[in-house]
Design a protein around this ligand. Structure first.
Ligand code: CO8
Length: 262
């Protein structure tokens, strides 16, 4: 099994209940190659298992690039059968299995695969200098890690078409106005904001947080009636937890709750 210190394309730190994965490929502007994908998914799974970690943060090294895409050097000479047989980039689906909230802290360019990695997270916060785009068609390909599917759900069809077909790039504030991004902060405040978001999440019942994340993401997958039914069952089952009793009695007794994640 891989040791955190052996990662070659990422750095992993745990601080105050937040597990941060930083993409570190400066020569490629943090573009993600197959190894980076494997390491990010491996690290995310390991952080998901750690009881002291309550939320994950994914970001890019340095002030300018979250990730400039998938690695074009790795892909340039790849053939169809190679991509097909090795299931190129399929491993990203592993991130969807993470139960804890994943915060993308987008520092600068999030292009192509970089934008897609951000969209695999549960919440995107961006620094003022962030730029979002899906320029794959310029390279004779299309988004391949969820861009055509997740972007339309975030910004709607017309804007998704414009971004993907015309290489329109969104600034941080445009991305926020379109619903892709939740918060925009000063560039030097980005990680503090991400950590404070993680700390807020860490103060809650991890069971309730996981239920809420699961139900929200369920809305992508099923029709409304099924989603509502799913939510209702998850809501009812919350009454089986000690944290529900603690949360409601703390409110009634005008004190802060102390959740035990059970
Ligand atoms: N991959 C590999 N290397 C890259 C990438 C990349 N995506 N982006 C930049 N680099 C490298 C450059 O080649 C250059 O290397 P070198 O120093 O050896 O010449 C170095 O990084 C610096 O790049 P620039 O000189 O271009 O830096 P600038 O600051 O002038 O520009 C930009 C920054 C605007 C980010 C610019 O580099 C750029 O446009 N990059 C490409 C963005 C792009 O097209 N991204 C999409 C890639 S395709 C993709 O993501 C497919 C996703 C789906 C895959 C799923 C497969 C199943």
């Amino acid at each position: 099994d891989q040791d955190a210190t052996n990662y070659r394309t990422i750095r992993v730190e745990v601080e105050d209940a937040a597990g941060t994965i930083t993409i570190c490929r400066p020569k490629a502007l943090n573009a993600v190659n197959t190894l980076a994908m494997e390491e990010i998914v491996h690290a995310a799974r390991a952080l998901d298992k750690r009881p002291d970690v309550k939320a994950l943060i994914i970001t890019g090294e340095g002030p300018k690039y979250f990730a400039a895409g998938a690695d074009i050097k790795e892909m340039a000479d790849q053939t169809y059968d190679e991509a097909y047989h090795k299931r190129f980039m399929e491993g990203w689906t592993g991130l969807a299995a993470v139960r804890k909230p994943i915060i993308a802290a987008v520092n600068g360019y999030a292009l192509g695969g970089g934008c897609e990695v951000a969209m695999m997270a549960d919440i995107i916060i961006a620094s003022e200098n962030a730029v979002f785009g899906q320029p794959e068609v310029n390279l004779g390909v299309i988004p391949g890690m969820g861009g055509t599917q997740r972007l339309i759900r975030a910004v709607g069809k017309s804007k998704a078409m414009d971004i993907i077909l015309c290489d329109v790039r969104l600034t941080a504030f445009e991305a926020q106005a379109s619903g892709l991004v939740s918060r925009v902060v000063y560039t030097d405040q980005l990680m503090a904001e991400a950590r404070s978001m993680a700390a807020r999440i860490a103060s809650l019942s991890a069971l309730a947080v996981a239920k809420a994340k699961d139900c929200i993401n369920r809305a992508y997958e099923v029709p409304l009636s099924e989603g509502l039914r799913y939510e209702q069952r998850e809501f009812w089952s919350a009454f089986a937890t000690e944290d529900q009793k603690e949360g409601m009695h703390a409110f009634l007794n005008k004190r802060n709750p102390s959740f035990k994640d059970r």
